[in-house]
Write a protein that binds this ligand. Structure first.
Ligand SMILES: [Zn+2]
Length: 167
């Protein structure tokens, strides 16, 4: 079968993910928001809640939901989370490069876990699309993480680093 011609019912895929969340007692909420609102998708582990932006293409929502579930699973593995993340977060201030890079690592992990979950649940993922959505999200974190450092370096040696919208 030609993969590209495969017709995917994204709403049904979303429903299956929602059911999975329900089975774990995680609630899903959809909130209205403008396109520019980056923080509309988030996970509150203490509230067992995943919030997602409303009215987006279901395929995109599907990938973002996988990612948010990834965060949930990462944080719920308390011992591992404490050793891998809290240990570093506690030792370095929020604004430090080390703290920020650790945050980026957590973001990447959440994408990885989400992808694995889709495979485990036998849900379809268009790898190309998934990686594009992931790259878009990760790039904002990357820019945020190195912003200060780049400013400093530009000041000291005058190098101008341009960040384009490279595809
Ligand atoms: Zn995230």
């Amino acid at each position: 079968m030609e993969r590209k011609s495969k017709i995917i019912n994204w709403n049904s895929q979303l429903e299956q993910l929602e059911e999975y969340c329900l089975s774990k007692n995680w609630n899903i909420e959809y909130k209205k928001g403008r396109d520019k609102d980056k923080k509309l998708d988030f996970t509150s582990v203490s509230e067992n809640l995943i919030v997602l932006k409303k009215n987006r293409h279901p395929e995109i929502t599907f990938y973002v939901m996988l990612h948010e579930i990834g965060h949930m699973m990462l944080c719920q593995n308390r011992k591992m989370y404490r050793e891998r993340f809290n240990a570093v977060f506690d030792d370095f201030s929020r604004g430090s490069l080390t703290h920020k890079v650790k945050t980026v690592e957590e973001e990447l992990d959440a994408w990885k876990i989400g992808f694995k979950l889709a495979k485990r649940l036998k849900l379809y993922v268009n790898r190309r699309k998934f990686e594009t959505v992931k790259a878009r999200c990760i790039s904002t974190y990357l820019i945020w993480a190195v912003e200060q450092k780049m400013k400093k370096e530009t000041k000291t040696n005058g190098t101008v680093i341009a960040i384009g919208d490279g595809k």
